[in-house]
Design a protein. Structure first.
Length: 231
């Protein structure tokens, strides 16, 4: 018969700000005179891929300064798992510790997965879970899964971080709920064609502009190792 305790939910406000994202390409008229439609499609693919890479790089490791959005690795409040004073090799225990860090914050929900670069991903395929076990952290039978979660790689995950004496040699491994990484865009993509500036060289300049930002909505939804070294 006692009165129930009332708990209030609090919502914090986060601001996203447009940052200009620009790709520039010079195309010779010699190339454009090729009769195949594949040339135009290839140019468009290269521009859109470069545009996507800029957004991905910012979302992963943007510094938050110099007109860069702030990415996961530089967001205050994400979980941190360290290997050693001067970095060190990745181990199965550290892979699981990333998951445990998220679990400890009750953030183990949504689209959970690991992301690293190609160097670490290759190393995970040759690193034993335990000595003489014959089992590797990432195995050929299911190369897209690690510790029961999706795992993927992108070379936009840095491999030039510093920890102690390991200068520009450390790589990152991120685990988290990727639904809590927001990408904001303002006004779509703007493409400008400039046939005049390089007319003397028979070139046309193409500019792709977009205005984007990245936001880790829940920092506790992510944890990272930033000091993985590979011998």
């Amino acid at each position: 018969g006692e009165s129930a305790t009332v708990s209030k939910a609090n919502y914090a406000k986060a601001t996203m700000t447009p940052h200009r994202n620009t790709v520039k390409m010079a195309v010779s008229k010699d190339l454009l005179r090729q009769t195949s439609y594949d040339v135009e499609a290839d140019l468009l693919d290269k521009m859109t891929s470069a545009h996507a890479n800029l957004i991905e790089a910012a979302a992963i490791a943007g510094t938050g300064s110099g007109n860069q959005p702030k990415g996961i690795l530089n967001t205050t409040g994400i979980g941190s798992v360290e290997i050693g004073t001067n970095g060190g090799a990745i181990t199965w225990n550290k892979v699981v510790e990333l998951e445990s860090t998220i679990n400890a914050n009750n953030a183990n929900k949504g689209s959970l997965g690991y992301l690293t670069n190609s160097k670490v991903f290759g190393n995970l395929k040759t690193t034993l879970k335990a000595a003489n076990s014959g089992r590797f952290i990432v195995e050929d039978v299911n190369p897209g899964v690690m510790n029961g979660y999706k795992v993927d790689w992108s070379n936009l995950v840095p491999a030039n971080l510093t920890k102690g004496t390991a200068s520009n040699k450390c790589s990152a491994l991120i685990f988290g709920n990727w639904q809590d990484l927001y990408i904001g865009s303002w006004g779509g993509v703007d493409i400008v064609i400039d046939p005049l500036t390089k007319a003397g060289e028979a070139e046309i300049l193409l500019y792709l502009n977009s205005w984007d930002d990245c936001l880790v909505a829940e920092p506790k939804s992510f944890a990272a190792i930033k000091d993985i070294t590979i011998a």
